[in-house]
Design a protein around this ligand. Sequence first.
Ligand SMILES: Cc1cc2nc3c(=O)[nH]c(=O)nc-3n(C[C@H](O)[C@H](O)[C@H](O)COP(=O)(O)OP(=O)(O)OC[C@H]3O[C@@H](n4cnc5c(N)ncnc54)[C@H](O)[C@@H]3O)c2cc1C
Length: 608
Amino acid sequence: MPIRKKTQAEKAISFWFFAARLMRPISPPQTRFMDRLTHDILIVGGGAAGLRAAIAAAEVSNKLNIAVISKVYPMRSHTVSAEGGLAAVLATMRSIDYDSFDLHAFDTIKGSDFLADQDAVEFFVQAAPDEIIRLEHWGCPFSRDPDGRIAVRAFGGMSVKRTIFAADKIGFHLLHTLFQRTLMYENISRYDEWFVTSLLIENGRVHGVTAIDIKNGELSLIRSKSVIIATGGAGRVYEFTTNGFIKTGDGMAMAYRAGVPLKDMEFVQYHPTALPGTGILMTEASRGEGGYLINKDGERFLKRYVPKKMELGPRDILSRAIITEISQGRGIEGPHGSYVLLDLRHLGREVVEKKLPFVKELTENYAGIDPVNEPIPVRPAMHYFMGGISTDMIGRTEIVGLYASGEVACVSINGGNRLGSNSLTECLVFGATSGADAAKFALENQMTAGENPNSTLVIQEEKRVFDEILGNEAGEERVSTITSELRALMERNVGIFRSETGLTEAARVIRTLKERFRLITVEDKGSVFNLELMEALELDFMLDVAEAITHSAVARRESRGAHYRIDYPKRNDEQYLSHSLARYAREAPRIDYLPVKLTKWKPMERVY
Ligand SMILES: Cc1cc2nc3c(=O)[nH]c(=O)nc-3n(C[C@H](O)[C@H](O)[C@H](O)COP(=O)(O)OP(=O)(O)OC[C@H]3O[C@@H](n4cnc5c(N)ncnc54)[C@H](O)[C@@H]3O)c2cc1C
């Protein structure tokens, strides 16, 4: 049962049940216990998007039975690690012509290299300020100006300061605020540390999910009228990333397998500044507060690439600039490869300690340097997925009752390149629209498919998890080996600079990795916290996501935003002013295109 719904009596029963289980020897699940749990709305993911969706649904009606399911405790979702801030036009309050919705929209669209849907961007920028004010009322401790107003800072690709922040720990404060708010609603319950393995979709309608309770290894069917996928990105498909270990693209792969197209998957964002070795992010706020990027000669090299914006240029261009500097011999060699320097020394101790305390903490602990006195070694690391499950402006997918929001979704407001600090706002804006619409859907529709829905799908899933993966004794392949090979391949061939040869080779190798996956052995056959089994399931998801990225990248023979083809270095609006849609097919993904929606901004050359 979901954890917040238990009565005292149920708690007592659970305790004895759990105690009895602990005394049992660890062994493969003897009985494939198939529980039946039912909700009106099931939200997969407890990050910013999932929690915001839950609140929005609960606000529609206190009669709705809403559940949030997450493979980690919600506060451990990747959202918690966000540092720099979230964007919205609040500063109009300062002076009438300081900022405008049109300016935020234009910055976002130009940042996207004109691939964002302009109607969605207009909706997004207009909904953003209310989300900030709501968070403020719910208690989010935003940083303030001396006169008490919410402070704003500069961020890459934004024309004015419009990034709202809480020192450099916005994710921590934002996620706590949302989480505490969900506790107010009696009708929101949670499944913490449950791993969703598949979506149950039949006849174009979602009926629920299958999920493993990680603490006892049992697979359950959870039925619901509507399902919102808010499982975040897939950064761990790459070797060098700022993303947490749990970001393995589960939701993208589950939707894709069930027939929902993945949109714009070739657009993978590298963040210019991460610590070599660990990939720990040095937030863009450090450049927003005035930090410099310098090469081995102490030169601010960005004057050659983005002369007007310098350190506040967009992430795709800055990442390419750093790699170019390194390849032309102006980087610095270190034990974890070449790097350039992020210099904060001129900002002084007070600015660093007050506005960038987390950067100081991280560099001291993980690089052994004090950024007040020494420049920080940095290099680009994979950071964010512009692409994801294709949705409309509400968050609806092609499947009736199925929604997606947050990083897992592609609405699209980010197009070819996301501007820093738009993502958290996106989680709030589209988390809210998905939650409210899923609630409306659940009020207007009945639970479908009778007592034992989709039994074939559930039996198939049980067979996949327990026989084909956990029970497989077929071969000598290891999950960790295939995972490392996949990540290195994606980094090498599907990273910042791409070519037809490299991409085609990657597509071929991913196929062989998929073949080898069938020969894996999961050595831990236990049922309690079997993390090896979870890693195997995650690898299976990552292989599908990697294939969708690679095939979408082969098919786009132009350079746009974060997708840079050395063999096609120019943007080609005539042929490619469209979103790619990757659809699952047995042999290889099928790639179609969908035209970009333009409203008032004509595509122009993107110079900064
Ligand atoms: C280091 C870092 C710093 C960042 N800083 C900023 C910033 O300053 N500003 C900004 O706008 N953006 C920032 N971003 C990006 C932004 O934080 C993310 O895009 C956003 O938080 C994603 O939120 P989400 O709710 O979509 O997903 P997440 O927060 O990733 O949550 C995903 C949820 O899905 C659950 N889940 C996944 N798979 C399963 C499964 N199989 N079964 C059950 N549950 C599952 C997870 O348990 C988790 O609860 C940053 C990202 C990183 C990595």
